[in-house]
Design a protein around this ligand. Structure first.
Ligand SMILES: [Ca+2]
Ligand SMILES: [Ca+2]
Length: 309
């Protein structure tokens, strides 16, 4: 059975995550061994990890901000549509708590390095739209951010302001950190569903020209979480153009972690938005795989040989 699963699992994972790079995929980084088409700003750099050469938007050290944008503006598709898919892994948290998180950003210029700490390298970047993956709760800090008393959320920010629009606690868990850290009663950050848990997460973003959707996958849980579904937003109007420098920002403050983007695709169509399976259909798939595995094990188990008396 082990051999069977080792054969079929990569196929299943490939079908679930990989996308053939065709003409619509205009940004394609299987890894970040060549970043010559990116502008790396502030603390952003590449790093060699177990995942290969990754984009480390900030390293795990305090008080930093970094950003990586496409060198050239990307023209959004007909009707301003786009989609993007990437994997991230947040590691080596330290200091006050795992912090501060990162954003996926579309901006009208490429020099946009925003503030450190609460700002996630995005605060202050004008004419822009960002999806934030926020791992630290700044509610009540008086820094212009209302994080919804959550240290594990996804939301939309616009024009460099941390509006936390359409905020969703990831997998319903808005409390992740060091159990003895800044918020002593938080859930431990290593549990499944906490973005800082060190797992290789997948994020998929889709925009049909009118509505934005974001889904996340933590392999520690094994099913998709729809963080934002069909949120009405006019991306081109916010940018002031249908061309955008696209990329990532991140920051650290009194707490830190490595903010690593492991791979990344961006398309000027919605093709990277796959039909995210519902938990129920995932359950059916799992049952089918178990049934097949059970059948193969039975087939391969030798029948007992009758011993001569
Ligand atoms: Ca925050
Ligand atoms: Ca936030």
């Amino acid at each position: 059975m082990k051999r069977f699963l080792s054969r079929i699992l990569p196929v299943a994972v490939f079908a679930a995550f990989a996308n053939g790079a065709n003409a619509d995929v205009i940004v394609n980084y299987p890894d970040f061994s060549d970043t010559s088409a990116l502008s790396l700003v502030g603390s952003a750099a590449t790093a060699s990890t177990g995942d290969g050469q990754v984009l480390r938007v900030t390293p795990a050290a305090g008080g930093l901000a970094g950003a990586a944008y496409s060198n050239a503006p990307i023209t959004l598709g007909a009707g301003n549509i786009f989609s993007s898919s990437f994997q991230f892994r947040l590691t080596s948290p330290g200091g006050w708590d795992p912090a501060d998180g990162f954003t996926f950003v579309l901006a009208s210029n490429t020099a946009g390095l925003g503030g450190a700490g609460v700002g996630m390298g995005y605060a202050g970047v004008g004419n822009s739209v960002a999806i934030e993956f926020d791992t630290y709760n700044n509610t009540g800090y008086g820094l212009g951010a209302d994080d919804g008393v959550s240290s594990n959320h996804v939301s939309i920010d616009t024009n460099g302001v941390l509006t936390n629009t359409a905020l969703a606690n990831v997998y319903g868990n808005g409390s992740c950190g060091f159990t003895s850290g800044g918020y002593p009663n938080q859930n431990d950050y290593t549990v499944a569903g906490c973005m800082s848990n060190g797992n290789l997460w997948t994020a998929v973003i889709g925009y049909d020209g009118m509505q934005l959707s974001v889904s996340l996958f933590d392999p520690g849980l094994g099913y998709w979480f729809k963080a934002i579904e069909n949120y009405a937003i006019d991306v081109a109007a916010l940018l002031g153009t249908n061309q955008a420098y696209v990329g990532f920002t991140a920051s650290t403050g009194a707490g830190w972690e490595n903010h690593d983007i492991v791979n990344w695709q961006f398309a000027n169509t919605t093709e990277l938005v796959r039909d995210i399976p519902e938990p129920s259909s995932l359950g059916v798939l799992a049952l089918c795989m178990l049934a097949i595995a059970h059948f193969l094990v039975r087939r391969r188990t030798p029948k007992p040989v009758a011993m001569p008396r």
